[in-house]
Design a binder for this molecule. Structure first.
Ligand code: ADP
Length: 391
């Protein structure tokens, strides 16, 4: 089955074409466009390129298109991308303005450009469908709950992959199978010992998720992607009382407050240097105290959520680092794991220092939990889910 995974931004379109079968799959082509103004034209161009390069014989050769949609109003899961999905994305366009409108438009366009292909949306919120009501809901008036304000969680594709892969690496094939088939079968009981994982997706945007037997029990991300850990340029967790106070005291509008919290906060806001952790690290090394504070805030927040999920899970069997910072940052990983020996969780500092963007177990032999680095591959996750859904 040929599955095109479409990554849509407000002015960009990237794609990977996967050839999938029961035993797995591989990328057979990839490409992308920046500064896009006419999506119909670039989709046609991508199909023509694939045809010219001999990867497909014609548009009908593309069996399915997968979309990593972020947040839908009253809709989640891995679903056929029809008008319902478009309505759900548009219903929450204001909550995820950088993501929802491009995906709604992209789905419309692919339906026209590839009428023979099955279109499938995998919502980033899908992994959190089974979290408890206490974890998913805020203490807000009923009328706020009724308009859909709750903790949804994001990075679902990434954390679900970690649920599968960490179980495989721990020889827990029973749990790996549950995680693999989660969107088809839902959570299933296991007969052996529970398998408890904390997954740290640390990238341009970051979240920490607690996972029990392949299923998320909670996550640091909330209603919008402006929550949880400090993000590259987004605020992360903030007391709701700070917003009206800042507006009144600084004399700024709601739109301006929102802009500053979504574009000028996080690593960039605290450091005043950059939204890229490499620049922030360099500035900290050069003695900039704000840059050091930005790094310390990130580590503090990661540890806060690890602590919360360790308590809720009653201990852990695996702690996992993934995404740009998680895969490439031995120093951040070491800071996150400081003092975890008190809980029997021991990092091997030599293995940690040596690990850059490859899959590895960086725990010491006497650690009571494994510490893994697992590279993220969200496009592959999407292709797998689309394949499972359609077969
Ligand atoms: P996104 O969330 O946008 O998909 P990534 O997972 O690619 O982002 O992570 C991007 C972040 O990872 C960047 O902010 C960068 O700071 C960090 N990063 C990427 N490569 C490296 C590296 N070699 N060393 C340290 N940090 C890195």
């Amino acid at each position: 089955m040929n599955i095109l995974v479409a990554n849509l931004g407000s002015t960009s379109f990237k794609y990977r074409l996967f050839r999938m079968d029961e035993s797995g799959g591989e990328v057979v082509a990839k490409g992308g466009y920046e500064r896009v103004s006419d999506y119909a034209a670039v989709i046609d161009d991508a199909i023509a390129t694939l045809q010219r390069d001999g990867v497909i014989t014609g548009p009908d050769d593309i069996d399915a298109v997968g979309f990593k949609t972020v947040l839908g109003k009253d809709l989640s899961g891995c679903v056929v991308a029809d008008q319902k999905v478009i309505d759900a994305l548009e219903g929450f366009a204001a909550v995820a303005p950088a993501h929802n409108p491009p995906y709604a438009n992209g789905i419309r366009q692919f339906a026209k450009s590839l009428p023979g292909a099955k279109l499938v949306a995998l919502f980033e919120t899908a992994f959190y469908q089974w979290t408890s009501s206490a974890s998913a809901n805020y203490a807000i008036p009923r009328s706020w709950r009724d308009i859909g304000i709750r903790r949804y969680g994001f990075h679902g594709a990434s954390h679900k992959f970690i649920a599968e892969r960490s179980a495989e690496l721990s020889s827990r094939d029973d749990v790996a199978e549950i995680a693999r088939r989660l969107y088809l079968d839902g959570p299933r009981p296991i007969s052996g010992k529970p398998f408890r994982v904390i997954s740290c997706h640390l990238g341009g945007s970051s979240s920490v998720t607690g996972i029990l037997n392949g299923v998320a029990i909670g996550t640091s991300m909330g209603f919008s992607p402006q929550s949880g850990l400090p993000q590259n340029n987004r605020v992360g967790e903030l007391d709701s009382g700070a917003i009206p106070y800042a507006m009144r005291t600084l004399g700024i509008s709601l739109d301006e407050a929102e802009r500053q919290l979504t574009k000028e906060s996080g690593l960039l806001g605290t450091s005043g240097i950059s939204n890229d952790i490499r620049d922030v690290k360099q500035a900290a090394k050069d003695g900039n105290p704000d840059a050091q504070l930005a790094l310390d805030q990130l580590v503090h927040s990661i540890r806060h959520w690890i602590g919360a999920f360790m308590l809720e899970l009653g201990g852990i069997d695996a702690l996992v680092f993934t995404a740009g910072i998680g895969e490439n940052g031995p120093d951040i990983r070491a800071s996150v794991c400081a003092n975890l020996e008190n809980f029997g969780i021991r990092m091997d500092s030599v293995k940690n220092d040596a690990c850059q963007a490859v899959e590895a177990d960086i725990s010491s032999a006497d650690s009571c939990a494994r510490i893994f680095v697992i590279p993220a591959n969200e496009e592959l996750v999407l292709a797998r889910e689309v394949f499972r859904k359609l077969s």
